[in-house]
Design a protein around this ligand. Structure first.
Ligand code: NAD
Length: 479
């Protein structure tokens, strides 16, 4: 297999990055573009041997990196951010070819944010502190000690963005990292390894291994030298990882799926509510936070639906490299099968497709809105992870909250209302890691981010990230 492939003019190494060098595997897997199904290349297919090598490299590099002064760690993270900014266009085009998300959002939203992830945690590291306090004349001093090698496992829907939410704080905290990107979108993680090396990050501090989750994953998550596992992905995989981590009681951070509600009250600005609803088709619906259950107060349901249809009709579905496209393809033929399976079973069970309800050409799925869905039906309870929304109505606030919370997930919720007090009342009752009122997707890295119930364990962001990636130590000194 060639060591490098060229994707839209950008050279990408297809091998692992372990201990500061490129390492091939005997076996490979095929990476295809969701845009047209074309083969991008063969990628190294790691297994237990590569997992072992990467953890050993991370373990060996850990003492020196942990002892590196904070200011120097922060400087290197800023240098990585510089590298991301320098190669922003390359990262954007490779990511779009690899996972099918819009090039314009990679260019203007995602990749600048990737650089920001490094800058934010570098700066936060320098502020990280805890005031000393006294106990009967003794001084308590809390220190944020690096925990050790971290295994970071990430999904394909926002590959580099989600990876760097983890890589940046883990490295800032003084940990070393083994990153395992998703096999459906392996490329930008490899470019990140190049960027980190060019920035001067010492060998072994960041390692990137490729491969299918189950083949390489168990060896990573059950390794006794791994001190933290941070995973973003699906609930079934999280269960497997948790079981594997249990052998060593390795602390876990889990960012999982969702089935978030959008509550539209009669007093809402309906145009805003419709905008928020249609926004849920972003990234072809492959967004963990997506408010896929639209709950509308029954007195405005007809008008909401009318305006939704009007707005949805303006969306352009097409090649994600085209600036005019609003919705790109779904990631993989298997994902498309899954999405269509959900929709066809829902229709067979009595759901009515107000919009869409079928596949488009190639790997595209028609943006879909399903009404007449039962609260306990599969389509209302299970995460579809495609451009599929459901529409339900409620009679009053109590029913809205009851429907919103009637799910095993608890990642996010969005409330559209013109009444501030209602917003406070409803928000207080919602089970969700993030609630947006009259907005969506606004996220500050300072804020805690994560899910309740089966949407996750723990929170990422600001101090919460360092809480996870550090071993907090309290030193009590006698007077
Ligand atoms: P997935 O669980 O199938 O895979 C995620 C990652 O886990 C991949 O890298 C995969 O290779 C790896 N993996 C699979 N089996 C493994 C194992 N046994 N051991 C170790 N690693 C293993 O999820 P996906 O389909 O890639 O991603 C979609 C899911 O991710 C959705 O449920 C979505 O809601 C969720 N997600 C959550 C967030 C969040 O922040 N809460 C963000 C994005 C996506």
């Amino acid at each position: 297999m060639p060591d490098k492939i060229v994707v839209a003019g950008v050279s990408v190494d297809t091998r692992h990055w372990i201990g500061g060098r490129r390492v091939a595997s005997g076996d490979t897997f095929t990476d295809a573009s969701p845009i047209d199904g074309s083969v991008l290349g063969e990628i190294a297919r790691g297994g237990p041997a590569e997992a072992q090598a990467a953890v050993v490299a991370a373990r060996d590099a850990f003492p020196a990196w942990a002892a590196t002064p904070r200011a120097e760690r922060a400087r290197l993270l800023h240098a990585i951010a510089d590298g991301v900014e320098k190669r922003l266009e390359e990262l954007a085009i490779v990511e779009t070819n690899d996972n099918g998300a819009l090039l314009r959002s990679h260019r203007r939203g995602v990749m600048p944010r990737v650089a920001h992830n490094f800058r934010f945690f570098a700066d936060w590291l320098l502020k990280l502190d805890h005031e000393d306090f006294e106990t009967r004349g003794h001084t308590n001093h809390v220190s944020w000690d690096p925990a050790g090698p971290c295994v970071l496992i990430t999904p394909w829907n926002a590959p580099l963005m989600l990876a760097t939410w983890k890589v940046a704080p883990a490295l800032a905290a003084g940990n070393t990292v083994v990153l395992k990107p998703a096999e459906w979108s392996p490329l930008t993680a490899s470019l990140l390894a190049d960027i980190a090396a060019e920035a001067g990050l010492p060998a072994g501090v960041l390692n990137v291994v490729q491969g299918y989750g189950a083949e390489i994953g168990d060896a990573l998550t059950s390794h006794p030298d791994v001190r933290r596992i941070s995973f973003t992905g699906s609930v079934p995989t999280a269960r497997r990882i948790a079981a594997s981590a249990a052998a060593n009681l390795t602390p876990l951070s889990l960012e999982l799926g969702g089935k978030s509600p959008l509550l539209v009250f009669a007093d809402a600005d309906l145009d805003l509510a419709v905008d928020l609803a249609v926004e849920q088709y972003d990234n072809a619906g492959q967004v963990c936070l997506a408010a896929t259950r639209i709950l509308v107060e029954e007195t405005v349901a007809a008008e909401f639906t009318r305006r939704f249809l009007e707005k949805a009709a303006t969306l352009t579905q097409g090649d994600p490299r085209d600036e005019a496209s609003d919705i790109g393809p779904n990631i993989h033929p298997r994902q498309l099968e899954k999405i269509d399976g959900f929709v066809q079973r829902a229709i067979a069970a009595g759901a009515r497709a107000i919009v869409g309800g079928h596949r488009g050409d190639g790997q595209y799925y028609a943006p879909t809105l399903l009404a007449d869905v039962a609260q306990d039906s599969e389509i209302v309870q299970e995460e579809v992870f495609g451009p599929v929304l459901t529409l339900q109505t409620f009679a009053d606030e109590d029913e809205a909250v009851r429907l919103a919370n009637d799910t095993r997930f608890g990642l996010a919720a969005t409330v559209a209302t013109g009444d501030t007090r209602r917003a406070e009342r409803v928000t207080a009752q919602l089970v969700a890691g993030t609630v947006w009122v009259n907005c969506f997707f606004v996220r500050d890295l300072l804020a805690p981010f994560g899910g309740s119930r089966q949407s996750g364990v723990g929170r990422e962001g600001g101090t919460w990230s360092f809480d996870f990636y550090c071993d907090l130590k309290n030193t009590v000194t006698a007077p």
